[in-house]
Ligand binder design. Structure first.
Ligand code: UDP
Length: 505
């Protein structure tokens, strides 16, 4: 049975927009989707977020606290029917989130998600307290085309990515950039942009391209993007105006930039529970940071999906230790590590006690980054993490692994000028054991020193990062473009609004 929290029964405004969010069940997608819903609700909209059960459980505290503060948001969860996609025994460990689905079952996972269309439709037709006025679908869910059309409502594509990345991915496909380039690691220039950026097919193949067996899915994703009624993106215009405009022009549709959505959270309480229950006590964490000099702490995290290679874990730890700076390192759960790496981490933890804090699980990342002690962020360049660094005014050490992360690294280093790269050129996808160490301890140490100190260049990067943070706050406030876009969405999708005219204004 579904866990249903009915919301919006005591609607303040019968004509208010009702957005139904269909996020990808991955932390990097559902976290910004929830924040976007909360921002829209703050401006008078009703929002329903659909999720799978164990993924919903992670964001329920955030939704509950928003409901208590009077926002019309609800979270509805639907179990996946794995038997229907050829997994009669279900997913190992009952997984329903990208961070615990085994890679070999990924296509089955996406197929099971697509089967939610029926139950979601029934819920919205029969049980929801009010009919939807708009579907906000993660761009990874092409099946929401049919969902939206059968409900007779418009559909927006949601990207937890920057416009620079999405436009580059679009252009390499549109202009066949890799035609006649057999080597997936040979750099080509991204076509159709004013500035020159080089990427490889391995780094930026286009969405869902280059994975055997996913060809039809990739085509469906593209078709769903073409047929969408607009785009919602977690980025902001003042940071990348040419790429936001470029993507809107390339697609011929309105792009509502609404970020950085993490800035919805202004209080330690909601920051601490964002995305999941943190595995360290938020007060202890803040006290630990309070003891450190302003701008002195290096925060190290590789997001929710990256699996650590044991040799690389040790090398990174030694590099951090050698850098001499205080650090917070999110190492995820102990069960994620092989014995040797685990023993290494326990020893390191004891050696650096007081100076280095290891987080064994989920970290209250946005809380840590916004603390004045934070000085730099060693990141895998997931877009949320990158944008959270921007919102916090921090330079980044960039260490991309896969998907959009190489383009986000370019965004940080070449577009924004706030990043120092560790120099990884080839993606590693879902691999735990690599033959070689990709990034040596000396490289980690040098990159961290460069971000934290780095003389004139380092000062420039910090200055640019601080400037971006000021712009990020401004865009979310009265008069800023993200703030205006959030209001515009609420207006455009209220009952009886004529989207066709509004959306193409
Ligand atoms: N995050 C967090 N604590 C963690 C790990 C991740 O709060 O221990 C959050 C992080 O702040 C970001 C999201 O999870 O909002 C990860 O998204 P991102 O795009 O950076 O990376 P992904 O996990 O998608 O690779």
């Amino acid at each position: 049975t579904n866990h249903i929290q009915a919301a919006g029964d005591e609607a303040k405004d019968d004509a208010a927009a009702h957005f139904v969010f269909v996020p990808l069940m991955a932390q990097g997608h559902i976290i910004p989707a929830v924040d976007t819903a909360l921002l829209l609700a703050t401006h008078g909209a009703h929002c329903t977020i659909v999720a799978t059960p164990s993924t919903a459980a992670r964001v329920r505290p955030t939704i509950d606290s928003a409901r208590r503060s009077g926002l019309a948001v609800s979270l509805v969860d639907f179990p996946l029917d794995y038997a229907a996609v050829g997994l009669p025994d279900g997913m190992p460990g009952g997984a329903d989130n990208m961070d615990n689905v085994p890679p070999e079952h990924m296509l089955a996972y996406y197929s099971a998600i697509a089967l939610l269309s029926g139950p979601i439709k029934t819920y919205l037709r029969v049980h929801a307290p009010r009919p939807p006025t708009c579907i906000v679908s993660d761009f990874c869910h092409p099946w929401t085309r049919e969902l939206a059309s059968s409900l007779g409502v418009p559909r927006l594509s949601f990207f937890s990515m920057c416009a620079f990345c999405v436009l580059c991915q679009h252009n390499v496909e549109r202009f066949n950039a890799y035609d006649g380039v057999p080597d997936p690691n040979e750099p080509v220039v991204v076509p159709g942009l004013e500035k020159r950026f080089e990427v490889t097919r391995a780094q930026a193949p286009g969405f869902f391209r280059g994975w055997p067996g996913w060809e039809k899915f990739a085509d469906d994703v593209e078709r769903a993007l073409v047929e969408a009624d607009g785009v919602v993106m977690n980025t902001f215009e003042e940071m990348e105006p040419e790429y936001v405009a470029g993507y809107a022009a390339a697609r011929g549709m309105k792009v509502w930039t609404v970020g950085p959505v993490s800035l919805y959270h202004q209080h330690a309480g909601t920051l601490a529970t964002r995305g999941d229950t943190a595995s360290i006590d938020a007060d202890d964490c803040v006290r630990w940071l309070d003891d450190k000099e302003p701008g002195s702490v290096v925060y190290v995290s590789f997001g929710s999906i990256v699996h650590a290679d044991p040799k690389q874990v040790m090398e990174l730890g030694l590099g951090l230790e050698a850098s001499g700076y205080p650090f917070v390192w999110v190492v995820k759960g102990a069960e994620r590590h092989q014995a040797a790496a685990l023993a290494f981490l326990r020893e390191l933890e004891a050696r650096v006690a007081g100076r280095g804090l290891l987080v064994w699980g989920w970290a209250p990342q946005a809380l840590i980054l916004s603390h004045r002690a934070a000085g730099a962020f060693v990141t895998h360049c997931g877009w949320n993490s990158t944008l959270e660094a921007v919102a916090a005014g921090l330079p980044v050490v960039t260490w991309p692994h896969f998907t959009d992360q190489f383009l986000n690294e370019k965004m940080a280093v070449e577009v924004l000028g706030i990043g120092v790269s560790v120099g990884v050129k080839e993606p590693v996808v879902f691999q735990v054991d690599h033959k070689d160490i990709l990034v040596r301890r000396e490289t980690v140490e040098a990159a961290v020193r460069s971000a934290m100190d780095g003389g004139e260049d380092g000062e420039e990067r910090r200055r640019r990062a601080r400037e971006l943070a000021v712009k990020a706050r401004a865009t979310m406030s009265e008069g800023g473009s993200s703030n205006a876009n959030i209001r515009d969405l609420v207006r455009c999708f209220q009952v009886g609004a004529t989207q066709e005219q509004d959306a193409t204004e």
